[in-house]
Design a protein around this ligand. Structure first.
Ligand code: HEM
Ligand SMILES: *[C@@H]1O[C@H](CO)[C@@H](O)[C@H](O)[C@H]1NC(C)=O
Ligand SMILES: *[C@@H]1O[C@H](CO)[C@@H](O)[C@H](O)[C@H]1NC(C)=O
Length: 344
C-alpha cells in the first residue's frame, strides 16, 4: 500500500512537471523552425511498423536476441556499449546506422567515437540475417533491436520496437561535434535533445543508461584537479568519491564505471548516486544541480518501475528519430560497414 502511495505521488509530480514543461515549451519554441522538423519526423515515423518483418523475415527478433545474448554472455561489457552505439547513431542524421559506416572521414572515425564498441556484434547479426532473409533487415533496425536486447540482458526493461528504418548513405566525422562528450551545460543538453524532439524528462531518464557501462578516464580528468581553471577539483564531487577517482584515474588511459555503486546492474542507483554527489561525468552530476532537471531526478531515484516504464517510452522515442533526407535516400545495406554502391 505504502509503495503504491509513493508511486502515485511520484507519478503525479512527474505529470505536473510535464504539464508545466509543455506549457513553457509551447511559449519558447520558435514557431518557424519547429513545426517543419516535427512534420518530417512524424511522417517517417508513421512508416515504421511493429509487424514489418513478420512475413519477410520471420523470427528476426529471435535471431537478434540470440546473437546479442551469445556475445554478452562472453563479454557482459558489450551490453552498455551496444546501448551507447545506438544513441550515437540516432543523434546524427537520425537512426540510420550512419555510425557503422567505416570509410575514412565517417562519424566512426571522429574523436568522440573513439571508445565506441560493439560493431562486431552488429556485423555478426547482419551476416546471419543476410543468410536467412537477404536484403531485408536494415542495419539501423538491427542496431535499435540490439540496444533493446542489451538493456534486457543487463536487467533492464523490455519494450516493443517499430521497424522500417532505412540505412543512410552519408556519414561525416565533422558532424560528430554534435554528439555530447560529457562536459556540456544542461542548457546545451536540453537544446540538443529538443532539436531531436526529446524533452527534459527524456534527457534525465535516458541519461539513466549510465547506470551501466564505463567511461575512459579522459572524459573525467578535467574534474579531478583543476576544474575550470580553479586549480581545485569540481566542488560537486563527493570527497570520498573524488579520492577513489583520482586513484582509479592515475593513468588517463584507464577506465572507470559510470555507476560506482552497482556498475553492472541496470537499476536506479545512477539517480541515487547523483544525490550523493557521485555522478561520474560532469553532465551526469549537473542534472542534479540544475533546477530544470533536478525534479525529475528526485521523482525517479526511489521508483524503479517508473524509471523502467519511462526508459522504455523514451528509448522508443530515441529509436524513432529519423532524418527525412537520410530516409528518402536510404537503403537496406548488405554490409553494415559500407553503402551498397557509390555514386561517382
Ligand atoms: C545526455 C547526454 C550524454 C552525454 C553527455 C553522454 C556522455 C557519455 C560519455 C562521455 C561516456 C563515456 C565515454 C568514454 O570516455 O569512453 C558515455 C558512455 C555511455 N553512454 Fe552516454 N552520454 C549521454 C547520453 C546517453 C544516452 C541517451 C545513452 C543511451 C540511452 C547513453 C548511453 C551510454 C552508455 C551505455 C555508456 C557506456 C558505454 C560503454 O560502457 O561502452 N548515453 N556517455
Ligand atoms: C572497416 O571494417 C572492416 C570490417 O570490420 C575492416 O576490415 C576494415 O579495416 C575497416 N575499415 C576502416 C577504414 O576502418
Ligand atoms: C524509498 O522507497 C522505500 C520503499 O518503497 C521506502 O521505504 C523509503 O522510505 C523511500 N525513501 C525515500 C527517501 O523516499
Amino acid at each position: 500500500m505504502k509503495n503504491c502511495a509513493s508511486m502515485t505521488i511520484a507519478i503525479i509530480s512527474l505529470l505536473s512537471i510535464l504539464f508545466f514543461m509543455s506549457v513553457s515549451a509551447s511559449n519558447d519554441r520558435s514557431l518557424l523552425t519547429l513545426p517543419s522538423l516535427l512534420d518530417d519526423a512524424t511522417s517517417f515515423e508513421e512508416g515504421l511498423s511493429n509487424s514489418l518483418y513478420h512475413k519477410s523475415c520471420h523470427d528476426v527478433e529471435g535471431v537478434i536476441f540470440r546473437k546479442v545474448m551469445e556475445w554478452v554472455k562472453k563479454d557482459p561489457s558489450l551490453a552498455p556499449s551496444l546501448i551507447r552505439l545506438h544513441f550515437h547513431d540516432c543523434v546524427l542524421r537520425g537512426c540510420d546506422a550512419s555510425i557503422l559506416l567505416n570509410h575514412s572521414g565517417s562519424e566512426r572515425s571522429a574523436d568522440v567515437s573513439k571508445s565506441l564498441r560493439g560493431f562486431q556484434v552488429i556485423d555478426d547479426i547482419k551476416a546471419e540475417l543476410e543468410k536467412k532473409c537477404p536484403r531485408t533487415v536494415s542495419c539501423a533496425d538491427i542496431l535499435t533491436t540490439a540496444a533493446r536486447d542489451a538493456t534486457v540482458l543487463a536487467g533492464g526493461p523490455f519494450w516493443s520496437i517499430p521497424f522500417g528504418r532505412k540505412d543512410g548513405r552519408i556519414s561525416l566525422a565533422k558532424e560528430a561535434t554534435n554528439v555530447p562528450m560529457g562536459r556540456e551545460s544542461v542548457t546545451k543538453l536540453i537544446e540538443l535533445f529538443e532539436s531531436k524532439g526529446l524533452n527534459v524528462l527524456d534527457l534525465v531518464v535516458l541519461s539513466g543508461a549510465h547506470t551501466i557501462g564505463r567511461s575512459t578516464c579522459e572524459s573525467v580528468q578535467h574534474r579531478l584537479y583543476n576544474y575550470k581553471g580553479t586549480k581545485k577539483p569540481d566542488p560537486s564531487i563527493n570527497p570520498v568519491y573524488l579520492n577513489y577517482l583520482r586513484k582509479k584515474c592515475r593513468s588517463t588511459s584507464g577506465n572507470v564505471f559510470l555507476d560506482a555503486t552497482t556498475p553492472k546492474a541496470f537499476d536506479i542507483h545512477y539517480f541515487r548516486n547523483l544525490k550523493k554527489k557521485m555522478g561520474l561525468l560532469s553532465t551526469d552530476q549537473s542534472l542534479y544541480s540544475d533546477l530544470r532537471t533536478k525534479p525529475f531526478v528526485n521523482a525517479l531515484f526511489n521508483e524503479s518501475s517508473l524509471f523502467f516504464n519511462q526508459f522504455s517510452v523514451s528509448m522508443v522515442k530515441l529509436g524513432n528519430i529519423l532524418d527525412a533526407k537520410s530516409q528518402e535516400k536510404g537503403e537496406i545495406r548488405i554490409n553494415c560497414n559500407r553503402v551498397n554502391y557509390r555514386h561517382v
